[in-house]
Design a protein around this ligand. Structure first.
Ligand SMILES: Cc1ncc(C[n+]2csc(CCOP(=O)(O)OP(=O)(O)O)c2C)c(N)n1
Ligand code: SF4
Length: 337
């Protein structure tokens, strides 16, 4: 899709003339800025990009991108994006969704898009709350979360979006954080480069209804010990002094202190094509473990739209171009007067 003859674009080309209506301080601004930074670097003409969303604060995203876009209906962006990509495989199709939009009302659409593996990019802004509707708990809110809709604390066990995407056999599954600009840019670029459905969970602060949900991950004093940056072919090492690692003990993971009975050789070297490692890492939870960010899984599998186009071509060769009117009126038809 990249075209060397395409006009040189800059961030400004992707900024729309719409007033941004997110609350001041919302993490969505940082994500928008990184998407607008990366897109001009991809060598794709602007009119080839389409952003589709469902409903929520995050789903206002298409208004702010100077590209084609469609603010669709709640939870249904994956369905509409699938139709678009199947009929226009030349477009670069992006879905922007929230934890409520993608995992409550849209849960079913999300998992089927992932297993079908159309060449789509899904950015799930996870603020662990319903922002637009003013602060009800969401499917990623922690157990015991006190909100207006759970005044005594939520009794729902939360989803882990990475585990959902891996369980649906997503071929590209990654996580980043709104304020980790460079890391987020890398994940957006990798998502674009992946052929197949790329799923990126972006931890996003909703400073109005769930402020500080990821504070320990983003605070500069703690983040070296609470984040584990996973990279293909590199050892799972973290900590301010880079002195802690993740190793396998039997069928489980454990944190080891390097130099105190463990060496770099004991630590796992990450392999983003290994489904067992991805599953083990997706289950890592604080406070026992740091929170992994990066690409959990990247594997290649045929994409839906190509297989579909091949079948259509084969059918045309065998049966001719076809006639829709003739098909509709064939067989057991009647007229209602
Ligand atoms: C059919 C339907 N049901 C419910 C709603 C109300 N509603 C609008 S947005 C939303 C959830 C938004 O949460 P999330 O996807 O996490 O997005 P955020 O606003 O936090 O970015 C809900 C329940 C709706 N608009 N339509
Ligand atoms: S309510 Fe939360 S998610 Fe929505 S715009 Fe405001 S800060 Fe952002």
């Amino acid at each position: 899709m990249s075209n060397p003859a395409a006009p040189k674009l800059s961030r400004k080309d992707f900024v729309s003339d719409q007033d941004v209506r997110w609350c001041p301080g919302c993490g969505d601004y940082a994500i928008l800025a990184q998407v607008q930074k990366v897109l001009p670097e991809l060598g794709v003409p602007r009119e080839r990009f389409v952003f589709l969303s469902g409903i929520g604060c995050s789903s206002r995203f298409p208004y702010y991108m100077n590209t084609y876009g469609f603010h669709t209906i709640h939870g249904r962006a994956p369905a509409i994006a699938s139709g678009l990509k199947a009929s226009r495989p030349d477009l670069s199709v992006w879905i922007v969704t929230g934890d409520g939009d993608a995992l409550s009302i849209g849960g079913n659409h999300l998992i089927h898009a992932l297993r079908r593996n159309l060449d789509l990019n899904i950015l799930l802004f996870n603020n662990r709350i319903y922002g637009l509707t003013k602060g009800q708990y969401s499917p990623t809110s922690e157990l015991g979360k006190v909100t207006k809709s759970s005044p005594m604390g939520s009794v729902d066990h939360p989803f882990n979006p990475i585990s959902v995407a891996l369980g649906a056999e997503g071929t590209f599954v990654a996580r980043s954080i709104d304020v980790e600009a460079k890391h987020l840019q890398d994940m957006i670029r990798r998502a674009y480069e992946h052929k197949g459905t790329a799923f990126v969970e972006i931890m996003q602060n909703c400073n109005i209804f769930n402020d500080g949900a990821f504070a320990s991950l983003t605070d500069k004093d703690t983040k070296a010990d609470t984040q584990l940056v996973i990279e293909h072919g590199k050892p799972l090492i973290f900590g301010k002094q880079r002195d802690k690692g993740i190793r396998l003990r039997g069928h489980s993971l454990e944190v080891v202190q390097l130099g105190a009975g463990a060496t770099g050789d004991d630590v796992i070297t990450y392999d983003e094509t290994n489904p067992v490692l991805a599953t083990l890492l997706s289950a890592m939870r604080p406070p026992q473990f740091p929170t992994p960010i990066g690409v959990f899984r990247a594997v290649s599998r045929p994409v839906y739209e190509e297989a579909m186009a091949q079948q259509v071509q084969q059918a045309r060769l065998k049966q001719g171009p076809g006639d829709l009117d003739e098909l509709f009126s064939r067989g057991d038809c009647w007229v209602v007067n």
